[in-house]
Design a protein around this ligand. Structure first.
Ligand code: PHE
Length: 338
């Protein structure tokens, strides 16, 4: 019985969880336990022996119960500590990431550019993306056989309308409904059959139009200089190059010094040091005639620029398609033009 007691004590001390402890209790002290089994054999002994063994059995039983109890307390404490350790929250850990939306780089560029012109007194005009050929071409002095009308450039709808190929028809719509003085910008989507790293079949333009008495090319240069310097910085180089548009005369294209090499010549500017940034000119008298504005009394200038191109040059994005993939990790990097 003594060795049984020692065996039970050793087991109790080694027990690692409450279930094991209970199993030991049942095995030794339970109704069919080892201790009871020995006590059942007491009948064969003398009364003295029986008394002595009975006392011993009680003593061992008490000792074991005490030991079981203290071991139970220890294990419960351990289990609690383990649980607390597992459930511990480290409030210094960074929280899981919450994605906060931001304007698309094309839209923030569009808004930034618009704000510059609004600050100079221009207001915002709009026109439809599904447009009449008349407004997109005819009234802008673009003859029927002009290459810009080529089926390859223009998306035609079955009813003969087109998707506007530039924002210039908004010039026509504005001048048909409003009399000078006019100072508007017209931002919006335009469409051309074109797709490569620098061309997308849908892109955004901003049109500008200013009509009043005595408007000169000098006004155009001044306004565009203010605009380009606020987008690209005071040190940006600006040059006007003679060009041709059917709806302006004279016409010019404007270049800025390369945003990558600063004018030294690199891959982006193809070694020229210059980047073409917009088209502009003085409103052609034929356009004024088409909208019933007297070209002898009024003059005006117009300009048009591609928003994606400005965003690409400002942020040095080399593939226009990145602007339309809507990868949030890409979009998040650009926080506006100003
Ligand atoms: N509409 C022209 C284009 O898309 C740009 C332009 C606008 C040029 C106004 C002159 C004046 O290329």
């Amino acid at each position: 019985m003594k060795s049984l007691g020692e065996e039970a004590k050793a087991l109790i001390q080694k027990a690692t969880d409450l279930k094991q402890l209970n199993d030991i209790r049942v095995a030794f002290l339970g109704k069919k336990g080892k201790l009871k089994n020995i006590l059942k054999t007491l009948g064969k002994l003398s009364p003295e022996e029986r008394k002595e063994i009975g006392q011993l059995a009680n003593k061992i039983k008490e000792e074991l119960e005490e030991l079981l109890k203290s071991q139970e307390t220890t294990l419960k404490q351990k289990a609690l500590e383990e649980e607390l350790r597992k459930e511990k929250i480290d409030i210094t850990l960074p929280a899981s990431w919450i994605d906060i939306g931001s304007s698309h780089p094309v839209i923030s560029t569009l808004i930034g550019i618009s704000e510059i012109f609004i600050s100079m007194g221009f207001s915002v005009a709009e026109g439809p993306e599904v447009e009449k050929e008349e407004y997109n071409f005819d009234m802008l002095n673009i003859p029927k056989d002009h290459p810009a009308r080529d089926m390859q450039d223009t998306f035609f709808l079955n009813n003969g309308d087109i998707l506007r190929t530039h924002t210039s028809p908004v010039q026509v719509r504005t001048m048909l409904t409003r009399k000078p003085p006019i100072a508007i910008i017209a931002p919006g989507r335009v469409y051309r059959k074109d797709a490569d790293p620098t061309h997308s079949p849908m892109f955004h333009q901003i049109e500008g139009l200013l009509v009043d008495e005595n408007v000169t090319f000098r006004d155009l240069k001044g306004i565009l200089k203010i605009f380009l310097e606020s987008v690209f910085g005071k040190d940006v180089g600006i040059r006007f190059r003679p060009s041709y548009f059917p709806f302006t005369e004279p016409s010019a294209e404007v270049d800025i010094s390369c945003t990558v090499c600063g004018g030294k010549g690199c891959r982006v500017c193809k070694g020229t040091g210059w980047l073409e940034i917009l088209g502009c000119g003085m409103v052609d008298p034929n356009v004024f005639k088409a909208v019933n504005i007297d070209p002898d009394k009024y003059s005006g200038f117009a300009f048009g620029l591609g928003i994606e191109r400005i965003a690409m040059l400002k942020y040095r994005i080399t593939d226009i398609r990145l602007l339309f993939e809507n990868n949030m990790r890409f979009n998040h990097q650009f926080k506006g033009i100003r």
